[in-house]
Design a protein around this ligand. Sequence first.
Ligand code: MIG
Length: 858
Amino acid sequence: METSESIRPDKAVETGTQTMEGSTATLGRVLGYQADKQGVLLYCEHGNIAVSSPVKELVRFTLFTGTHPELSTSVAVIEEFESRHFEVDEDADLNRLTVKWADVTAVVHLQDSTCEVVTHTGQRAVEGLQFYQTTEGNAGLSAAAHPQTHYYGLGEKTSFLDKRGESYTMWNSDVYAPHVPEIEALYVSIPFLIPFDQNQAYGLFLDNTGHSTFDMRQFEDAFEVRTKTGGVDVYVITGPLLKDVIRRYTALTGRMPVPPKWALGYHQSRYSYMSQDEVLELARTFRTKRIPLSAVYLDIHYMRDYRVFTFNGQRFPNPKAMMDELMEMGVRVVPIVDPGVKQDARYSIYRSGVEGNHFCRTLEGDIYIDDVWPGASAFPDFTDDRTAQWWSENQQFYTDLGVRGIWNDMNEPAVFNESKTMPGHIMHHNNGNPKTHEELHNVYGTLMSRATYKGLKDGLGGERPFVLTRSGYAGIQRYAAVWTGDNRSFWEHMAMAMPMVLNLGLSGVTFSGPDVGGFAHHASGELLARWTQMGAFFPFFRNHSALDTVRQEPWSFGEEIEGIVRRYIQLRYQFMPYLYSLFKEASETGVPVMRPLVLEYPDDVNTYNLSDEFLVGKDVLVAPVYRPDTRHRSVYLPKGIWVNYWTGKRYEGGQHVLAEAPLDTMPLYIRSGAVIPMDDANGTFDGALPAAFAEPSGLDQNTLLHVYLDNKSESALQAESDARMDDTVQDDVNRTTVFELYEDDGTTFAYQDGVYNQTAITVQDSAQEAVIKIEVQHQALSGNNGYPIVVTGCAATATVTWVANDKQGAVEQRVLERLSLEQLRQGTQGTAYNEDDKTLIIKLPAGHQHITVVVQKN
Ligand code: MIG
């Protein structure tokens, strides 16, 4: 705690902005240049720049000294580089050099070595890009910005969605407290910034694994990036759309593989569940209370004096039996594994680490020993493939017991010393290219997760591993999900989780989430209810809390709260077919599952810093209540028509609406025209628990397609459109939406060999009728007997016809018979109207590859 004393008037108070140490110099004039394999080398007055484009749609700028650059990359970059054809053109009049590839152009101004990047369609990416060197040997850059430039990305940071006016540090840090706006560094560092200006975006990725700063505060007309070690190696990624930038950035740094389906479920954690009995009792309680649970976590107390790869025999006498029993309940166990290995000559991991030369050392050759949970500990040097392999092999200790997921904590690495981490002078072997920790600090966690992931994969015989990490660098998404560390049971931290995880998603890490309910401090029932409502729609959904805090399991605050928490955890599983398809999409495109509105509505200024609501995919809008004693909130709905998920009431978008939000209700909207594949758990047929929960592997037998139609008459729509006098008439009257439903076994890598199903569902909604097309695009798994369709937004009298147009060429057409709900439940096809929630239920004949359903709305 600080007192007012710290701002006494006789102290010179810095404004919070810093400039680089030492005197800085721009690189000055370009004295000469030379074409190289991938681009051009610029020799300037005060330093040299390599300008290359080793892959599509980006330009790489690498500062160097001497005659030739060293163009190696960090672990972040996985894309294969190639020599791509380019042309160099010097324009003497304009005194500039143009380096042109098929899809991107770099322009260099020879008088001051400032650069620009332009797309082949003439869209400007970066402008006024200028590099610096300092007398201290640091390097940096600045680029032009405007007062209206918005900034996204930068991974795991506090504060709001738009990073304009902020300054952040990239230095993986174990920050137990405080998570507040002025904290510039947290556990994960992703030096990837997305400036967004006048509806055009580009990306700037600084591949520097040491300390750097991104400063969007100091200047209105520029932002600045400073490095401490390692220099400047920066990729300018072209847009113009935010989605283009993310797609391109994740092509460069990799994408999340499709997670095992269980990992998308609800996870329960506590620091710590202390014994085998407690864990089993916990899982049984979830079952008796009919609260879905996919994973339970073992925090540090499961180990023998915090020795990783051990179990405390008193507390956990038979971990294998425990895991078998849990598995029968459909629950996986995720144990924590920290990097620190206890210094103990009788401990086999420490011994094999020493004998195999796997620990970090000082330059002089002593093993670096420092304090963490186990006391004096050594730290594996994951920068060496040999050591990573050793770590991977050790995972077998867990996989043999039935573990499918590992939780890597403390991997910044966090150390209980003054600098809170490994000292900068400790050496990493780095596969024979030794570097100091200072230079490689930010990749320690990623390399640990990579070794963990590989080890699990090797040990799981074809099952997909799950790794959860606290620390990471660009590219971490390839190996692990990220949780956002030690937040607190503060409403403010609940609110902050939204922009934090949204920006992680824009930075390639879509599989992330906060400790639901808050880690430190004490949750209240109301906070837990609200946070669980929100958490149910985050990509990663885990409740976790600290030692000596109020218990936070769903039933800890009485029946009312338990009921709400249960309802929302169930809702998570109901949305599983939709979510799972979005995870698949993210694994292919990098476009995140959880999206800020600006990603889908980039021309709507209302979305630019919208930090308290978000989209899941493009069709589900979530507006959590994140204040106590609050039963209403304002919700911004972007253009289109939005359906209140709970009431079915429709709202015209492009405005703020006041949502009713009693404690059991989180405002939730579905975009009209959308189709949401859901697990049938709301009792449409039998009110069973979501199948995704009961059976996470294999095809979900209960998937249904929830179609949201617009129930307005054409004249009503016309009148509204006329009143608005804008160009959205067409959009509103005849919208077409496509959703690709993805299904596979949920467990193995067989999908990579084509063992999956993909079905395109197209909805064309107009005033009189809606046409729903279901087309099988890929089918390698059989077993699903057709998806019932549930339609919201048509009259009880609606009629339904279908046409099947299969590959074999056979065409069939039928009117579907209207039945009672009960008859439909028993039967194989027909329609029924559910008066309770005003939905029309359609059951189609099974076995068609291509079926079109026409709903006459009235
Ligand atoms: O210094 O393992 O962020 O989730 O429960 C605390 C104990 C170490 C920090 C993690 C937290 C975990 C805790 N760990």
